[in-house]
Ligand binder design. Structure first.
Ligand code: 5RP
Length: 227
């Protein structure tokens, strides 16, 4: 099974977990794409009555095409369950997200959800976080100064660029600086340091947010729940 097939497997499995009459947070990325398509199918075939709260314009476009009705996070009291992808997950269920530049809305939706589930292929499971570059969303004004401070701290930053070499803009019009850290010894301490930096809007460390992960493996999806 290739990586895409594993992503499809967990996207479809997660769609089965969604109950009728619930409010569902919909993450962003290629794995979530399969989830949204499978949910759209359930809406059409089973008349499943759900409301989606999206985490990006890309997911909003897809969900609308799939016939899923949407509300913004501010229009709902609470989200019953959010299902999202991840870039890395450590053994203690901490994660890095933001590979798709949607980390800000993803974290807002996740922190307003009763339950968070991540869907990943098995390559995303790691002993320790940090091999995947850690995305940090920064406001454009002063972003060069933040970049230089990250350089001085030894974080090996790079601005994320578009295909035509422009600084990538998030759905909120911010830039992404990716930190090439290799290993993150203390995710909580780093998270605290980053968020204290003026101009940093959010970072891709998602800590203590998830307790269920569905992992795609060649022998089928495995649901792992934190103790
Ligand atoms: O955090 C994200 C977007 O900001 C994605 O969930 C993460 O990058 C995983 O993406 P994919 O499912 O395409 O591997």
């Amino acid at each position: 099974m290739n990586q895409n097939q594993l992503k499809q497997q967990v996207g479809q499995k997660a769609a089965e977990l969604v109950e009728d009459q619930t409010i569902v947070g919909l993450g962003t990325g290629s794995t979530v794409r399969y989830l949204v398509e499978a949910l759209g199918k359930r809406v059409a075939e089973e008349k499943l009555n759900i409301t989606g709260v999206v985490t990006s314009n890309a997911t909003a476009d897809l969900a609308q095409k799939c016939g899923i009705k949407l509300k913004s996070v501010d229009e709902v009291e609470q989200i019953d369950m959010t299902i999202d992808g991840a870039d890395e997950i450590s053994a203690d269920f901490q994660g890095i997200k933001g590979g798709g530049a949607a980390l800000l809305f993803e974290k807002i939706v996740a922190t307003n959800s009763k339950k968070n589930v991540w869907i990943v292929d098995q390559s995303k499971l790691k002993k320790q976080l940090g091999a995947f570059p850690l995305p940090v969303e920064v406001i454009p004004y002063g972003s060069q100064k933040i970049f230089e401070r990250f350089q001085q701290a030894g974080y090996q930053p790079t601005f994320r660029l578009t295909a035509d070499q422009q600084k990538k803009k998030t759905d909120s019009g911010n830039f992404i600086i990716d930190l090439h850290l290799q290993q993150i010894e203390n995710p909580q301490a780093l998270a605290t340091k980053l968020i204290q930096q003026v101009g940093v809007v959010e970072h891709g460390l998602f800590l203590n947010l998830v307790n269920t992960v569905i992992v795609g493996t060649p022998t089928g999806p495995q649901v792992i729940t934190a103790r």
